[in-house]
Design a protein around this ligand. Sequence first.
Ligand code: CTP
Ligand code: MG
Length: 387
Amino acid sequence: MSAVKAAAIIVAAGRGERAGGGDFPKQFKPLLGRPILAWSIRAFAADPRFGKIIVVTKREWFDQVSALAEGIDVTLVEGGPTRTDSVRNGLESSANGSEVEFVFIHDAARPGLDREVLDGLFAALEVFPAAIPVLRVADALLRDHSSGSQSEIDREGLCRVQTPQAFHLTPIIAAFKSLPAGASHVDDAAIARAAGLAVGLAPGHERLMKVTHPGDFAEMEARMGLRPAIGNGFDVHEFEPGDHVILCGVKIPYAAKLKGHSDADAGFHALTDALLGAISAGDIGDHFPPTEEKWRGAPSDLFLAHARQLVEARGGRISNVDLTIICEAPKVKPFREQMRAETARVLGLKSDQVGIKATTTEGLGFTGRREGLAALASACVLLPGGD
Ligand code: CTP
Ligand code: MG
């Protein structure tokens, strides 16, 4: 545990009406394969300065929030009718029984939070009792009086304000307590200001935009960025007496079978390693040790589906995979389309995202002597968080 004791309050009790509302509004909608709220939970959980993460939401969504937190410890607090009410409930919980010094209040609807923004806020909190992320306004501004009439607004000193808004805990709690009943403020920093607290400015980020309208989901996905990551995989299995081999889940009649602990599907094994490699998640043996009895004779689509699931758990997508089978026999070509279709099925891809080729080694080496076959795979995955 680091010396800094900060709590995060993520407010997620809104109805998301402008984004389409529904039983599970915008904070639960997927963005790059992960619910919007889950992105912020993970950003705070990844920063050791945060010892407590509070999610303020409706009671009927508590189970949903626990599930999407995927093992991260979150304190659930019931929200109120307005955002200010929700924040107040969160603040009460943040003061409960822990030595919290700072509190960061964040909109669930802003999934693009990263370490850089948090660092800027922590730095500002060394000087000020409150700190907010802002973006300077770059466009010209005007006020529309309608009927073709506008007046220009001087943009000098104007900022767009984002969250998380960060505070020393004691003064912000006092500021909320001194709030007159029914008082309306634009955000938490406005409540701090009304209580006489100085607010420091830290750099915000375009990626921290709030998802508000239906069109914002696609815009946000683009801003989160996807970086390509590649991986490769290689596997060899020896032939032994038998009457068929299994390659990419397809049974191919042959005068031998492949020796191995599982079904010895070298194609799926190489593809599994390529996917694991692309996300730096070790290799197939780390996930499915050959020493474990339960994998004896296991169909290898299990391994490949697991690798797919690990990619998706990181908010990633598989862009394409490519596989080369190296052997003199059996002939792979007649089964190629079936192998592509089966690989595509397991990976949730279209057939045109799956390449399968076969080659010989011109009679050379162990494949040339028909002692076994080899498979060589590449995978390209797209992972969030590029720039
Ligand atoms: N929020 C909250 N409690 C409320 C209202 C809003 O916790 N009573 C949260 C929202 O869940 C959101 C954040 O405050 O994460 C910012 O509010 P906004 O973008 O306005 O979200 P909604 O109020 O849900 O959306 P809308 O105003 O379109 O209904
Ligand atoms: Mg709202």
